[in-house]
Design a protein around this ligand. Structure first.
Ligand SMILES: *Cc1c(COP(=O)(O)O)cnc(C)c1O
Length: 426
C-alpha cells in the first residue's frame, strides 16, 4: 500500500507560512469519518459506548469532536479527569481505568460520578477507605496471565503485565464488591497493544464473554458491561493492511450471539476504550530538513526531535515519512532522519530509503495522532510543538500553541533570578 499524507504539498506550503515547523497537524475529516465508522460498527449493541483513551491525544478540540459521535472519556489521571470535566464529560461518560491510583484521584473520579475500573483486588478496600463507600456501579480489570495469542503470531505476555486481577481474584473481588453494596458490574481487559488484525477484539470478546457466563453461573452476578479496552492498532508500515472496524464489530457481534445471548446475557453493553485507532492515522508531525551530514552514514537533521515524538526512540517504532513535493520521486537514498537531542536514539528513521532530501524540504512523519504529541517531554530543554487542526473546509485552526521558554521556566517560582528573566519576546 502506498501511504499518502492527508495534506497536499500545496496546502502544507501555505500552512507552514502561518505556523512554523515543527508542529503536529490533525485531519478533522479523517477523525470524523472514523468515529462515525466505529459507531456504526457496534450499532448492533444497544448499550455500545466508545470511551476515548484521553492519554492518546489529550486535546480538548479533538475530544470535543469525538464527543459529537457519542464518545465518552477513558481517564487514568487527575488532569485527564479535569480535562473531561471541563468539557462537560462527567458521570458515567467517564471510565476511570487507572492503576497504582493515588487516593485523591479516586476521590475526584467519584465526585465526577465516573465509572471506576479497579486494577487490583486490594483496591476494593483502598477505594472503600478513600471514598467511604463502594459505588453502585463498579468494574474490574482482568489479567488471564500466560501468553495471549490472537492470530498470525500476534501475541503478548499478560503474565508479565502489571495490570489486572488474576482469575481467582476476580471471582473473590466480585463477591466482595457485591457484599459491600455494588449493584452493577463491569468486566475489562487489555491484553495486546497495537494489533493489526481484525481478530483481536473478537478473540478477546470470546475470552471475556465466556468469563461473564462463568461469573453468572458460579456467583449469580450479572456482568452488565464488558469493556474491550484499547489495543486496536494502526498500520504504521505501508505493507500492513489497516484494520477494518466494520469487520471487527461484526466479529464481536458473532461471538456475542454465540456466547452471551444463549446464556441470557443478551443485554450486556459493549464498551471500548480505543485511543490509537481513534486518532493515530489522523495526525502527522510536520518538520523541516535543516541539516545534512555525511560521515559514516548519511544523516538528515530535522527541526523536530524525540521530544515531539518519542515512539521511534522509545520502542524503535516505525513511522512512515513522506518528503513533500517528492512523493513520486524514486526512493534511492538511504538516510538516518535525526533530531537534535544529545541522545543517539533520537532518530525518526534509520537506514530509510527516501528520495534525495535537500535542506528546506518539508517532511511529513505519519500516524502521530495518538501517543505522539501526548508523549512529548522537555529533555534537553526542547519545547513542545504546536498542534494544528486541518478542518474539513481546508482551513486551519491552532488547537494548542507551542510551548515557550517562559512556560518551560514557569515551575521555577522558587528561583528568584528566573522571575526577572527577559525572554526577549520568545
Ligand atoms: C492506553 C490505554 C487505552 C488505549 O489504548 P490504545 O492502544 O491507544 O487503543 C485504553 N485503556 C487503557 C486502560 C489504557 O491504558
Amino acid at each position: 500500500m502506498n501511504k499518502e499524507p492527508f495534506v497536499t504539498y500545496d496546502q502544507l506550503k501555505e500552512i507552514v507560512e502561518q505556523f512554523p515547523t515543527p508542529f503536529h497537524l490533525y485531519d478533522e475529516k479523517g477523525i470524523r469519518e472514523n468515529a462515525q465508522a466505529v459507531k456504526e460498527a457496534f450499532s448492533w449493541n444497544q448499550g455500545y459506548r466508545e470511551y476515548f483513551a484521553v492519554k492518546a491525544e489529550p486535546n480538548p478540540f479533538i475530544m470535543n469532536i469525538l464527543k459529537e459521535y457519542g464518545c465518552g472519556c477513558d481517564c487514568s489521571s487527575m488532569t485527564e479527569l479535569m480535562l473531561s470535566d471541563a468539557l462537560g464529560i462527567r458521570g458515567e461518560d467517564i471510565m476511570f481505568s487507572s492503576n497504582e491510583t493515588p487516593p485523591e484521584e479516586f476521590q475526584f473520579a467519584d465526585k465526577l460520578g465516573a465509572i471506576i475500573n479497579l486494577d487490583d483486588i486490594t483496591h476494593i478496600d483502598f477505594l472503600e477507605q478513600t471514598i467511604g463507600k463502594i459505588p453502585e456501579t463498579i468494574s474490574c480489570r482482568y489479567n488471564p496471565g500466560g501468553v495471549y495469542e490472537v492470530s498470525n503470531g500476534i501475541m503478548d505476555n499478560p503474565q508479565d503485565a502489571k495490570y489486572g486481577f488474576t482469575k481467582e481474584q476476580l471471582f473473590e473481588g466480585y463477591k466482595l464488591l457485591k457484599q459491600k453494596g455494588a449493584k452493577r458490574f463491569g468486566l475489562h481487559s487489555f491484553l495486546v497493544s497495537n494489533t493489526v488484525t481484525n481478530d483481536y477484539y473478537p478473540t478477546l470478546a470470546k475470552t471475556l464473554f465466556e468469563l461473564a457466563v462463568e461469573i453468572k453461573e458460579k456467583l449469580g452476578i450479572t456482568i452488565s458491561f464488558i469493556n474491550l479496552s484499547g489495543g486496536v492498532g494502526v498500520a504504521y508500515k505501508p505493507q500492513e493492511q489497516p484494520n477494518d472496524i466494520r469487520v471487527i464489530g461484526e466479529g464481536v457481534h458473532k461471538v456475542f450471539d454465540e456466547v452471551l445471548v444463549p446464556a441470557g446475557l443478551g443485554d450486556t453493553a459493549i464498551y471500548t476504550e480505543m485511543g490509537r485507532f481513534m486518532t493515530g492515522p489522523y495526525g502527522c508531525l510536520v518538520t523541516k530538513a535543516i541539516h545534512e551530514k555525511h560521515t559514516y552514514k548519511e544523516y538528515i537533521g530535522v527541526d523536530a526531535c524525540a521530544a515531539n515524538l518519542m515512539r521511534p526512540a522509545m520502542y524503535g517504532a516505525y513511522h512512515h515519512i513522506t518528503v513533500m513535493g517528492k512523493e513520486h520521486a524514486p526512493c534511492d537514498h538511504k538516510y538516518d532522519i535525526v533530531g537534535s537531542l544529545c541522545e543517539n536514539n533520537d532518530k525518526f528513521a534509520v537506514d530509510r530509503m527516501l528520495p534525495e532530501i535537500e535542506t528546506g524540504d518539508l517532511l511529513v512523519i505519519h500516524d502521530t495522532g495518538a501517543h505522539g504529541f501526548a508523549m512529548g517531554y522537555n529533555y534537553n530543554g526542547r519545547l513542545w510543538s504546536a498542534e494544528v487542526l486541518l478542518k474539513e473546509d481546508g482551513t486551519t485552526q491552532l488547537i494548542r500553541r507551542a510551548q515557550t521558554p517562559k512556560d518551560y521556566f514557569a515551575t521555577f517560582d522558587c528561583f528568584d533570578i528566573l522571575k526577572n528573566m527577559n525572554y526577549n519576546g520568545v
